[in-house]
Design a protein around this ligand. Structure first.
Ligand code: NAD
Ligand code: IPM
Ligand code: MN
Length: 376
């Protein structure tokens, strides 16, 4: 029997609870489809950080890089200053593994209530492909104040003098800046992925989302790259849209969308909105993908600290992230089986966590889906 070794970082908050259900369901499909999974558990997250001061070491990253796919719960804990764990572990892995595609399906399943009036499952099924290594996420920036000005960037001077009419040497109030960077190569690879994805899934249109009307430098490069790449896909239509309008259209006309490709920050924001129209964060999975390297699969929600340890959180996003993981390691048939089991359980509507109108426990939803996997 083939054994698949899968590293797991359950992480913080509800992470361990939803990951436990994800593991349960993947183990069920392994059993019926005749393969083994060996989980390799990693302790990284708030507890580990508070106890040891370590976020994630170079050695661990190297070790993780040997595997095809990582399964992740969530990171973030109120005891730790915002950003430390998120940047130090989650973004660290995304960047280290160069997971430049963040694939986030938006799909409303039958039996799941959407807040959108008159929209049904066939209206809400598209894919957001979020660039995952550039834009405002590169961490280039700083804070400037009197006596602490080690920033020789002309830009900082210009900000002070031109924009705020302040003299940088005189020590005015603190300012902060953060730069968004798009590279041609970085844009091209994810845009190509989006067009290839559209082709593979028989989609007819790719929508590129940006803010090229204001952030003209970065997003005009993005647009030119879309135009160049699109030339190689004459059978796929493409359109440009601004992010603010897209937020509005996601709510009004989600049926328009097939494949949406977007720079990093807008993709982050739009996919929480996407999650909401598919029933909530508890239903939205994501894959951080390096097509030739190590990928990482996770629910797109965070650690939801207020639900930690209550066995209340919805594990379906994590279970669906497990489907994406199975697909990534070449187990498409098993991935489909898990998705069918999720669909069945949702359609039957007997187990529901609080977020979609029930009071089942996290573990009861996982049990029901695992059982269904074995019945299919
Ligand atoms: P969040 O996604 O953790 O939770 C927001 C709200 O969404 C919750 O309070 C809850 O009402 C609902 N929710 C989320 N997941 C749910 C689930 N599985 N079932 C039912 N309801 C669910 O976002 P937040 O509160 O802004 O962030 C909490 C922490 O998580 C922060 O530290 C943040 O930085 C971090 N975060 C981590 C990730 C990640 O690890 N990938 C993603 C987003 C946020
Ligand atoms: C997500 C999260 C992360 C992001 C944070 C926690 C770094 O919001 O996965 O959507 O911004 O990408
Ligand atoms: Mn997010």
């Amino acid at each position: 029997m083939v054994t698949y070794k899968i590293p797991v970082i359950a992480g913080d908050g509800i992470g361990p609870e939803v990951i436990a259900e994800g593991k349960k369901v993947l183990e069920a499909v392994a059993e019926v489809d005749g393969f083994n999974i060996e989980w390799i558990d990693y302790p990284h997250g708030a507890e580990h950080y508070l106890a040891t001061g370590e976020l994630i070491s170079e050695d661990t990253l190297k070790e993780l890089k040997k595997y095809k796919a990582i399964y992740l719960g969530a990171l973030g804990d109120p005891r730790v200053e915002p950003g430390i764990l998120e940047l130090g572990i989650l973004l660290k892995i995304r960047f280290y593994m160069d997971e430049y595609v963040n694939l986030r399906p938006v799909k409303l399943y039958e039996g799941v209530p959407t807040p959108l009036k008159d929209k049904k499952p066939s209206d809400i099924q598209f894919f957001v492909i979020r660039e995952n290594t550039e834009d405002f996420y590169i961490g280039l920036g700083g804070n400037v104040k009197k006596g602490k000005t080690r920033h020789n960037l002309e830009l900082v001077r210009e900000l002070y003098n031109v924009r705020f009419g302040l003299d940088i040497e005189s020590g005015a109030d603190e300012i902060a800046y953060q730069l968004g960077v798009i590279s041609k190569q970085g844009a091209r690879r994810v845009i190509e992925y989006a067009f290839e994805f559209a082709k593979k899934h028989n989609k007819s249109k790719v929508t590129s989302v940006d803010k090229a009307n204001v952030l003209t430098h970065v997003y005009s490069l993005w647009r030119r790259t879309v135009e160049e790449v699109a030339k190689n896909y004459p059978n796929i239509k493409y359109e440009f849209a601004f992010v603010d309008a897209t937020a509005m259209w996601f709510v009004k006309n989600p049926e328009w969308y097939e494949v949406v490709v977007t720079p990093n920050l807008f993709g982050d924001i739009l996919t929480d909105l996407g999650a909401m129209i598919q029933g909530g964060l508890g239903f939205a999975p994501g894959g951080n993908i390096n097509p030739k390297g190590t990928s990482m699969f996770e629910p797109i929600h965070g650690s939801a600290p207020k639900y930690k340890g209550l066995n209340k959180a919805n594990p379906i996003a994590t279970i669906l992230a497990g489907c994406l993981l199975l697909e990534d390691i070449g187990l498409e048939r098993s991935a489909l089986k898990v998705e069918r089991a999720v669909e069945e359980v949702l359609r039957e509507g007997k187990v529901k966590t609080y977020d979609f109108g029930g009071n089942s426990k996290t573990s009861e939803v996982g049990d029901a889906i695992a059982k269904k996997v074995k019945e299919l």
